[in-house]
Ligand binder design. Structure first.
Ligand SMILES: [Mg+2]
Length: 258
């Protein structure tokens, strides 16, 4: 039997697809239920906020509620049986560090804001009046936006961002899907050697790393950068998309699953 004890799963494009029906295969639900009966923990590791994780479960009807939700590419929540709660001190520390970051990077954020407003059709995103991210109109436009930010951010070493196709969120360099996963591993006492991670987009790259997960996979719809990252570390690149590909990956890493 595999020694995997923790699954770190991106949700959109990895467990479920929004471009075809069915959204996810019944087999995926069966495999996840079986693994959890065997004591394997399930974490969604997503760019969604915790509120949007709940919305995703309802809208897609995905019937497997995870034990943990790593949200906004940086926060760590635990399901306590009736609601999501902060797990440990990580989220409050994360909020404090982001408050400092946004204060220290105010000049940079103004530059980005002005540039986007004058040269793109992108929609700027604000969280409690704080300029916190961008939604572009196309992937090519987001490529350009990232290039612009790269030319400006060298003076702000803690400033980084997470990109998921046309969505981009500013963040502290120390916070991403990889470091959030490491915190969960620390809290539950499961090492990277016993962790599986799967994702499909840029924001998944930090967790698709042997530092955080010994077992890596991606579905066929993953970006070429993601496939190369997984392949170069001995991971599994599925031949099918989204949850169909994840079924392949689970069967590959858990060959004894019924
Ligand atoms: Mg995704």
């Amino acid at each position: 039997m595999s020694q995997i004890q923790l699954l770190s799963m991106d949700f959109d494009g990895t467990l479920v697809r929004h471009w075809a029906s069915p959204t996810y295969p019944d087999e995926l639900v069966r495999l996840l239920h079986q693994l959890r009966r065997n004591g394997v923990f399930l974490a969604f590791n997503t760019g969604r906020t915790i509120r949007l994780v709940e919305e995703a479960l309802q809208v897609t009807g995905f019937p497997v509620r995870p034990d943990f939700a790593l949200t906004s590419e940086r926060e760590v929540f635990r399901w306590n049986g009736s609601l999501w709660e902060d797990y440990g001190e990580w989220n409050s520390r994360c909020r404090e560090e982001h408050d400092s970051l946004f204060a220290n990077c105010a000049a940079l954020l103004v530059q980005i804001e002005r540039h986007l407003e004058s040269t793109t059709a992108a929609r700027l995103h604000y969280d409690e009046n704080r300029f916190s991210g961008v939604v572009s109109t196309t992937n090519a436009e987001m490529d350009e936006i990232c290039r612009f930010i790269e030319t400006k951010r060298f003076e702000f070493p803690d400033f980084a961002y997470q990109r998921n196709s046309i969505y981009l969120r500013f963040c502290h360099l120390a916070y991403n899907k990889g470091t959030a996963l490491a915190e969960l591993q620390r809290l539950i006492g499961i090492p990277s050697e016993a962790t599986f991670a799967a994702g499909d987009n840029f924001n998944d790259l930090p967790m698709l790393n042997l530092t955080f997960a010994r077992f890596l996979a991606c579905p066929s719809n993953a970006l070429e950068e993601v496939k190369a990252t997984v392949r170069n570390q001995g991971g599994f690149v599925a031949s099918q998309d989204s949850g169909f590909g994840i079924c392949e990956a689970l069967r590959y890493f858990f060959p004894n699953l019924p």
